[in-house]
Write a protein that binds this ligand. Structure first.
Ligand code: IPM
Ligand code: MG
Length: 357
């Protein structure tokens, strides 16, 4: 098949990891006889520096004429000025909103090869394989706010409508049907009105999916259960903000924040694919970043936007193979033993993945 991919590397290690995903996609194209055309656009802090805005029109047009977006990461201390009107994050939020990419899929699994790396006991990690479905275009991220407090107060608003909750919850129930048929819905029902609307909507939608076991779980309790019984979860669905927070926590189960990919989808096959991590200014430009999250995001692109299931599986297996063979970037470097602290570069890691493809 032929596909046009908008490549938006962004800032910091976003540039490094997106480049590695391009290598993997190119290898897949060569191996399976596909044609992927990459066209690069600027976004985030880099775009602010060049144009004054985090999401230039030209970048938006490029994305509109593409089949999928491969996104790196945006942000950095350089642009962290509280009074600034233009913020790098407006680049990614603008894309999510513009394309109505309301469902953000974030799969999390524990890698046997990294079991000794996480701070959790290996027995707790056995069988950990879950999918977070994060609402991505609503809630407090997009609610009314006082942009700049010139006085003593500032506010943000968590707003959800029934249709907004329904559509993302349908995605979660359907995902659960294709997996172990369990859904955990995360909220703060005991305090927030928006969470009560969330929960009653989830209960209503559940009527269409009687084969799926539903559990409601409060966000505070969920942060604990994620550590004490991670293997018990299958699909979890959460609001924009709760989903953002809980998936960073969940990345510990996978061994590192650098491991997690994501797919942001709307009503069509078009999607945006990005690792869940940020720009890691502390290691940017050093060739140390873990490209797994970006490479696995590319696999999700193959699966969800292009319908290339076998190719997606091949990339995922290649990552498993590289990890099993001992490929380790700094963030997942061994903690003890003869190889303590030894790691390979971003490019060497990708080479190990490609060797297993
Ligand atoms: C994420 C990130 C973003 C978010 C930032 C960069 C805007 O943390 O994708 O999880 O908060 O959604
Ligand atoms: Mg986040």
């Amino acid at each position: 098949m032929k596909a046009k991919i908008a490549l938006l590397p962004g800032d910091g290690i976003g540039v490094e990891v997106a480049g590695e995903a391009v290598k993997v996609l190119s290898a897949v194209a060569a191996k399976f006889g596909h044609e992927f055309e990459f066209n690069e656009g600027i976004v985030g802090g880099t775009a602010i520096d060049q144009t004054g805005t985090a999401l230039p029109d030209e970048t938006l047009r490029l994305c509109e004429s593409s089949d999928a977006i491969l996104f790196g990461a945006v942000g950095g201390p350089k642009w962290d000025i509280p009074s600034a009107k233009a913020r790098p994050e407006q680049g990614i939020l603008g894309l999510r909103k513009h394309f109505d990419l309301f469902a953000n899929l974030r799969p999390v699994k524990a890698y046997p090869a990294l079991a000794q790396h996480t701070p959790l006991r290996a027995d707790l990690l056995e069988g950990v394989d879950m999918l977070f479905v994060r609402e991505l275009t609503g809630g407090i991220y997009f609610g009314a706010r006082q942009e700049q407090g010139d006085g003593d107060t500032a506010f943000d608003t968590e707003v959800y409508s029934v249709p907004e909750v329904e559509r993302v919850v349908h995605v979660a129930f359907r995902a659960a049907q294709g997996r172990r048929k369990k859904l955990a819905s995360i909220d703060k029902f005991n305090i927030l009105a928006s969470s009560r609307l969330w929960r009653s909507t989830v209960m209503k939608v559940h009527e269409d999916y009687s084969d799926v076991a539903l559990e409601h779980i409060l966000i505070d309790a969920c942060t604990m259960h994620l550590i004490t019984r991670p293997a018990s979860f299958d699909v979890l669905v959460a609001s924009n903000m709760f989903g953002d927070i809980i998936t960073d926590e969940a990345s510990v189960l996978a061994g590192s924040l650098g491991m997690l990919p994501s797919a942001s989808l709307g009503a069509s096959k078009f999607g945006l694919y990005e690792p869940i991590h940020g720009t890691a200014p502390d290691i940017a430009g050093q060739g140390k970043a873990n490209p797994t999250g970006s490479i696995l995001s590319a696999a999700m692109m193959l699966r969800y936007s292009f319908g290339l299931e076998a190719e997606a599986d091949a990339v995922e297996r290649a990552v498993d193979g590289a990890l099993a063979a001992g490929a380790r970037t700094a963030d997942i470097a061994p903690r003890g033993g003869a190889h303590k602290g030894q790691f390979i570069s971003t490019a060497e890691y990708t080479a190990a993945v490609l060797a297993n493809l």
